[in-house]
Design a protein around this ligand. Structure first.
Ligand code: ADP
Ligand code: MG
Length: 394
């Protein structure tokens, strides 16, 4: 277990917090402030405890240069509105300079300031020692609360912890607790559901989960690579050619490990990759040569729902079909609904899966929806995330 801000005293301390304020912007306006809202509990707690709070984040990919379209100034304004208190924006093209150091020194306890986009400095993504030291020089304690970048060893996510005591904020605490417990300490039966476009992206996740789960369910575009490895005709369905051999290895591994591995038994096929295309539902060995599989079929849905109803822990990553098109969203919707209705611990990782759950309005019915796309996948792969590894153990 990692120490959190609740395990240390932050009163009368300067605390530098790595947040994830990487919000979508259009014409300089924030179009979705979910990430800023998600950061509020940690910031408010630190303020109430009497810390001077220095916030930092990246925004977009300015590639190590000060580019005005990537300034965090709009975030500073929105944050101030949400907190109902002043947020001092430390404007600087180099993030930390003498002026910013002075502002940090003068910052009163209970006050909040936000540094400029850390990726204005090219040392950030290279985890440059000098930049990490500059950031650390502003504070007494480092708090990491940016799960979405915790899989990257950058100056503001990992390097800074070389020079300061480091603990997690509430967001990282929650991610580590739910993702970690679900995988390492699951209530059984433990069912993992894997989907999405390509097997190649997720081989390591599947491999790791094969050592942990009782049942592994496959859906989405990756199913066709498994079909191919089973010698089935897949028509014009998406195929990850380089992973056919791996898919058959995974089927073998599942068998050896006594993991029940389920591959879709029927498919909703479409002629073209568009919503209003001609469709046909068929068994997996009857896919027409001029059609592509775009969703799991009704028999597969009931089979998968039955597994879900028996589970005590369910981890889901990757949609069951092309859920962005209404006519091919049913499989993903039915699986998400079954998870929502289940009593099991339900954990969702992956950007598109999380988006699907939100699109269906089922967020509040899940135990945990991970906010970090890449980071949650690396976690499910069993990797240690650098931004978590640097935090002090309890
Ligand atoms: P996540 O972000 O949850 O990890 P992925 O990025 O791996 O998920 O995959 C999501 C994408 O997979 C979606 O855009 C979806 O349309 C696509 N997908 C799912 N099933 C199919 C399919 N049968 N054919 C093509 N694409 C598919
Ligand atoms: Mg994705």
């Amino acid at each position: 277990m990692k120490k959190t801000i609740k395990d240390i005293s932050v009163k009368d301390k300067k605390v530098i917090v790595r947040c994830d304020f990487n919000v979508p912007l259009k014409d300089g306006k924030i179009t979705d402030d979910t990430r800023i809202k998600a950061a509020l509990p940690t910031i408010e707690y630190l303020k109430e405890q009497g810390a001077a709070v220095i916030l930092m984040s990246h925004l977009g990919r300015p590639d190590g240069q000060a580019k005005s379209e990537y300034t965090l100034e709009p975030v500073s304004k929105r944050l101030s509105e949400l907190l109902g208190t002043d947020v001092i924006f430390a404007k600087s093209d180099v993030v930390v300079d003498n002026n910013v150091k002075g502002q940090a020194e003068k910052l009163g306890f209970g006050q909040i300031m936000l540094l400029e986009n850390v990726r204005f400095r090219k040392e950030e993504t290279k985890n440059g020692t000098d930049f990490a030291k500059e950031l650390a020089s502003l504070a007494d304690i480092f708090v990491n609360d940016a799960f979405g970048t915790a899989h990257r060893a950058h100056a503001s996510t990992a390097g800074v912890a070389d020079y300061l005591p480091a603990v997690s904020g509430f967001l990282i605490e929650k991610e580590v607790e739910f993702l970690g417990n679900a995988v390492e300490n699951p209530a059984r039966p433990f069912v993992a559901i894997m989907g999405g476009a390509k097997v190649g992206d997720k081989i390591s996740v599947i491999r790791n989960l094969l050592n942990k789960v009782d049942t592994l369910i496959i859906g989405g575009g990756m199913a066709y690579t498994f079909y191919k490895s089973m010698g089935l005709d897949i028509g014009t369905s998406i195929l990850d050619k380089d992973s056919v051999g791996l898919a058959s290895d995974l089927l073998k591994e599942a068998d050896e490990k006594n993991v029940k591995m389920l591959i879709p038994v029927d498919v909703v096929c479409g002629k073209e990759f568009k919503n209003d295309t001609e469709t046909v539902v068929c068994k997996r060995d009857e896919i027409p040569s001029d059609m592509m599989g775009l969703d799991i079929g009704p028999e597969t849905i009931s089979l998968y729902k039955e597994e879900i109803s028996k589970a005590k822990t369910i981890v889901w990553n990757g949609p069951m079909g092309v859920f962005e098109m209404e006519n091919f969203a049913k499989g993903t919707f039915e699986i998400a609904s079954a998870m929502a209705d289940s009593e099991a611990i339900t954990v969702i990782g992956g950007g598109d899966s999380a988006a699907a759950v939100t699109q269906f309005g089922l967020e509040s019915k899940m135990t945990h929806i991970s906010t970090g796309g890449g980071a949650s996948l690396e976690f499910l792969e069993g990797k240690t995330l650098p931004g978590v590894a640097v935090l002090e153990d309890k």
